[in-house]
Design a protein around this ligand. Structure first.
Ligand SMILES: Nc1nc2c(ncn2[C@@H]2O[C@H](COP(=O)(O)OP(=O)(O)OP(=O)(O)O)[C@@H](O)[C@H]2O)c(=O)[nH]1
Ligand SMILES: [Mg+2]
Length: 318
């Protein structure tokens, strides 16, 4: 009864945090009810602004996010935080280890913090984070902050769902410049060199600047490099200002709409692919005809492309 997805959604939308927590667990588990949940949630979305924080382990992302929440809360906006850690087995909203720092906001009713671990399905993590952000949006959070560790493919996917992506680099990243060239460049709207109290910070700033200079692509938005000392909240106002500037740029240039349109297109394609797989391809590969073709392929009497063509062009009822 109480676990009926639409009732849970109604309850979460009226501010019940436990209901929201249960919904996020279902989202994380990719439970069968997720479609129903997201369909109930979607009409209430569209108001939140999504900011992604990504960067290597220990760069200071959690500390920065925590401080940014403090800055944002002075203007009384509500904030949802999703801390995604593909390497962590901890999930279920566990506030563990470094997440302890976010505890000071844990009793603030306008702040909702949730961590998500891999649970062995990396690909699904970006989808789960996206769905959780939709839920936060529907719950009325005006800002959703998503923290992701690392700079690999899955993190890029998570960055793709953000309106503004902040790449956090620690000083002394050395070969990290290579990492910047290989992909980060494309996703960073704002660079942060955190731990500016470290003597290597200036070198990090000039390294990033060099990489930005080498980029010949014309960009309307020049990615700023912000120095911060997250542990003493230095540079946080500057970072917040840059984020708002970027938001202003996105809104005025029409880029926000373009980004969100591309995002929803990816989302729809992903859902459609899955439905095609489940409804169309899966049943066909469970047929006797498919078994026969598998044997033919095994005996090299049919090639795999021909078999695939056959499955794709099967008529219903065969
Ligand atoms: N000196 C100094 N230390 C910092 C600064 N910001 C964060 N730290 C410290 O760096 C360590 C890592 O900070 P986190 O905020 O956990 O970094 P993170 O990027 O979230 O780490 P992961 O989530 O594990 O990738 C902690 O011990 C922080 O106290 C800073 O500006 N200066
Ligand atoms: Mg962290």
């Amino acid at each position: 009864m109480a676990s009926e997805p639409s009732l849970l959604v109604a309850s979460a939308l009226s501010g019940n945090r436990r209901a929201a927590g249960r919904l996020i667990s279902m989202i994380e588990d990719d439970a069968p009810q997720v479609e129903q949940i997201m369909r109930a949630v979607y009409p209430h979305t569209g108001n939140a602004y999504l900011i992604g924080f990504t960067g290597p382990p220990g760069a200071g992302k959690s500390t920065l996010v925590d401080e940014l929440v403090r800055v944002v809360r002075t203007s009384d906006q509500s904030v949802g935080i999703i801390a995604v850690d593909p390497n962590s087995p901890f999930t279920g909203g566990a506030i563990l280890g470094d997440r302890i720092r976010m505890m000071r906001h844990a009793t603030d009713p306008q702040v909702f913090i949730r961590s998500m671990g891999a649970r062995g399905h990396l690909g699904g993590l970006a989808v789960a984070a996206q769905n959780a952000s939709f839920l936060f949006d529907a719950m009325g959070m005006s800002l959703v902050l998503v923290e992701t560790v690392g700079v690999g493919q899955s993190e890029l996917e998570i960055a793709e769902m953000a309106d503004t992506t902040v790449v956090v680099m620690p000083p002394g990243f050395g070969d990290g410049v290579q990492a910047i060239k290989a992909g980060i460049m494309e996703i960073a709207d704002i660079f942060v060199v955190n731990k500016a109290d470290d003597p290597m910070a200036s070198k990090a700033v000039s390294d990033i600047r060099d990489v930005l200079r080498m980029d010949l692509e014309h960009r309307e938005w020049t990615q700023p490099i912000v120095r911060t000392i997250a542990t003493s909240a230095e540079g946080l106002e500057d970072l917040w200002m840059r984020i708002q500037q970027h938001r202003g740029y996105l809104e005025q240039s029409g880029e926000l709409r373009r980004r969100r349109r591309a995002r929803i297109e990816r989302e729809i394609m992903r859902i459609a692919e899955r439905k095609l797989l489940e409804r169309v391809l899966q049943p066909r590969t469970e047929s006797q005809e498919f078994e026969t073709m598998l044997d033919l392929a095994l005996e090299h009497r049919m090639d795999p492309y021909a078999v695939a063509d056959h499955i794709v062009s099967f008529r219903d009822g065969r």
